[in-house]
Design a protein around this ligand. Structure first.
Ligand SMILES: CC(C)(COP(=O)(O)OP(=O)(O)OC[C@H]1O[C@@H](n2cnc3c(N)ncnc32)[C@H](O)[C@@H]1OP(=O)(O)O)[C@@H](O)C(=O)NCCC(=O)NCCS
Length: 169
């Protein structure tokens, strides 16, 4: 678990099926991350099982649920994803649209990067974003990420931007 001034980041569990179903069906999530085909609570269970929960087991990190410290209502997710096609883990974040613009993504990303450096001893983090995803790119720049190159993810036709950040020892 990670704590910031306002927020708490904790591992997702099967109790989060409803929240996850709502989050991955937000229009912004579908537009910029993709349609994960999660429509029912059973679909959300499978998404959690094959995605974040499997990642905690395999890599010791994953995407975390972000809540207020004093409230268990989830606001969004933030954390690290290890994709087979990239050698380094990448920073991921998505928040329910009604919670945007309050700095939650920035604050939880800072905590994730601190955890990556100090607990996981990672030295290099990447991030990928659609070139049209202004909110995400602005946030990555604010966190210190630099544009690296354009990449095409497996199964996708469009190239997206890869950003990178070195974590000082
Ligand atoms: C990306 C996302 C998490 C940003 O959430 P957020 O709540 O706006 O983030 P924050 O409040 O922490 O804002 C961080 C910075 O991003 C910038 N920003 C936020 N929304 C923006 C927008 N629509 N256009 C341009 N910049 C924007 C702001 O500059 C802000 O910095 P500031 O506080 O100095 O103004 C949110 O838009 C989201 O969930 N999008 C859908 C999922 C997604 O695209 N994830 C990323 C995949 S690569």
């Amino acid at each position: 678990m990670m704590e910031t001034e306002r927020l708490e980041l904790a591992q997702l569990s099967y109790d989060d099926c409803e929240f996850v179903r709502d989050l991955v069906n937000e229009p912004s999530f579908i537009r910029y991350i993709g349609d994960r085909g999660v429509r029912s609570l059973d679909d959300a269970y499978e998404y959690l099982r094959k995605g974040p929960l499997d990642s905690y087991e395999k890599h010791g990190y994953g995407l975390y649920r972000v809540c207020h410290r004093c409230d268990t209502t989830p606001l969004g997710i933030c954390g690290l994803v290890k994709r087979d096609e990239f050698p380094h883990p990448d920073l991921g974040f998505a928040f329910l649209e009604r919670h945007w613009g309050r700095g939650y993504a920035y604050e939880s990303s800072l905590a994730t990067l601190d955890h990556a450096r100090n607990k996981l001893a990672l030295k290099h983090i990447i991030a990928v974003a659609d070139g049209d995803n202004e909110a995400s790119i602005k946030l990555l720049r604010k966190l210190g990420f630099q544009f690296e190159d354009m990449v095409r993810m497996s199964g996708e036709s469009k190239e997206i931007c890869r950003y990178a950040l070195d974590l000082p020892e």
